[in-house]
Design a protein around this ligand. Structure first.
Ligand code: NAP
Length: 226
């Protein structure tokens, strides 16, 4: 069974996801209220968040090379990251984030063998799903089957969101609108390169919250059946 998938982005009034001062504390407070069992985060978003470059290694200790158990009953969400090219090497630092119970790296059959060795040495769990890129539908299905994941929050930019929307995997869209105009055409929450109105994702508004500081928090359901 596929989990319920929710995107959540902080945006400017003109729909940009970068280039303005997002209220990060409020974003993560609202995110924690979404009761997700897993957070699906893009590899670039992870690297940006840790100010790291592709392939960069973080400081490691003996502890990072020890096995650890995973308790499925634990309330904290799993962090799930598609990284088919093996770009992220700062897992020991990522793993220390207090709000996650563990990490699952999503790889594909084209992921370099050397990356699997890297993950194995550190006992970092991974799944091999798909040939070139990660097959996200299979990954979501497996997360439900193996770890009981029922609700997924996507913490990502327009590329991963775009793939998820295009493959019909998104159920709910959350947007926290900030009172600023960025004024550039880049970094939309949803990027596919498609321009026909027929390709638009149809949405039903389910909630509007007017928050302090001029922010507006919107929740939509994706209309899947025409
Ligand atoms: N304002 C907000 O709410 C917000 C939230 C999150 C992020 N951001 C910003 O968004 C930007 C990054 O966004 P982004 O979308 O460019 O990068 P991203 O979030 O890292 O998304 C790219 C991810 O999608 C995967 N992917 C790409 N094509 C795929 C396909 N065909 N099938 C399966 N998986 C695929 C990539 O996997 P591979 O590595 O395997 O290719 C990668 O993990 C950053 O600037 C970040 O700061 C803003």
């Amino acid at each position: 069974m596929l989990p319920w998938v929710m995107t959540f982005n902080a945006t400017s009034l003109d729909g940009r996801i970068t280039g303005f001062d997002a209220d990060v504390n409020l974003y993560y407070q609202l995110a924690s209220e979404m009761n997700a069992d897993a957070v699906l985060m893009g590899s670039k978003t992870v690297l940006n968040g840790f100010n790291a470059k592709s392939g960069q290694l973080s400081e490691e200790s003996q502890e990072d090379f020890q096995p650890r158990g995973m308790n499925n009953e634990e309330k904290r969400p799993l962090l799930v990251v598609p990284d088919s090219r093996g770009k992220i090497r700062i897992w020991s630092e990522v793993r220390r984030m207090p709000y996650i119970k563990d990490i699952i790296v999503l790889c594909s059959r084209s992921t370099p063998k050397e990356y699997f060795d890297f993950l194995d040495e550190r006992f970092i769990p991974y799944m091999i799903v798909g040939y070139e890129q990660v097959d996200l539908e299979t990954a979501l299905d497996e997360l439900n089957l193996q770890f009981g994941v029922k609700r997924v929050r996507v913490d990502s930019g327009g590329v991963l969101n775009g793939v998820l929307f295009q493959t019909g995997l998104v159920d709910e869209v959350h947007t926290l609108i900030h009172p600023s105009l960025v004024g550039t055409g880049r970094d939309s929450i949803y990027y596919t390169g498609l321009e026909s109105p027929a390709d638009n994702i149809r949405l039903k508004l389910v909630n509007v919250d007017k928050l302090e500081g001029g922010l507006v928090y919107l929740t939509y359901h994706v209309i899947k059946d025409l």
